[in-house]
Design a binder for this molecule. Sequence first.
Ligand code: BEZ
Ligand code: FE
Length: 286
Amino acid sequence: MTFSHQMITQAAIDSFAGTDNPRLKLLMQSLVKHLHAFAEETQLTEAEWMAGIQFLTATGHTCDDVRQEFILLSDTLGLSMLLVAMHDGAKQGATEATVLGPFHTHDAPPMENGADITNGAPGQPLLVTGRVLSADGVPLAHAMVDVWQADAEGLYDVQRGELQSERRARGLITTDAQGHFSFWTVLPEAYPVPTDGPVGQMLLNTGRHPWRPAHIHFFVTADGYQPLITHIFREGDRYLNSDVVFGVRPSLVGDFQSHAQGKAPDGRDMQQPYWSLEYEFSLQKK
Ligand code: BEZ
Ligand code: FE
């Protein structure tokens, strides 16, 4: 870096010296410092920066009430998961968190413990059972388990055009007095993140695939405990080591077991092969 480059960078940093809010001042000064270092390190050309501006403009134009391309950009650059991991670090014995993703809704239908949340979503039957505990092992009664997932075609209910308002493979289950929950759903499959926008183009131009390994999303809450946003991933999925949004943590890979037709552990008579998954979630005290 030449002396005059340094003067430009320093002047831009100093221009924020009068910012009243100390946090805003730190964020802006650090952003300028790292942006300038990026330009110096890569010897960024003006044409390249114009392409970058056009990319960011297209990213904004792709956003609407239901599509958030900037979040997808943050996800595919690993920034969303870095923030999750940074703020999830100090927990002792609690289940690890991962990204929320764009398909959570606030209207998951409340379901009885043991209910079938499938509602027509295609896929092989899957029985999910588990408990919600405190990080020191005490079962939590009346914890809320909000669950959502993609089906066998790799689609969430909200992605299904005219069926978009129907809730499928999504539900809200309350734990019993011993902290148990269970529900029937379908086996999740891997799916690609949306590729019809600028982020998809970025993945294509850089030789990256757009796939997320198969998973079920959980948002677990209980009075007095920190909310837990996480997924359980399917063991053996071909994308476990290359999740496009970097959300996989080894502790979140679940043991999905396949079964021949017959009586399921909850007494249901299964006329077809089915799957089961058992998982315990541990929450950190507030
Ligand atoms: C999801 O798991 O639903 C998701 C997360 C980040 C980007 C796209 C989808
Ligand atoms: Fe997902």
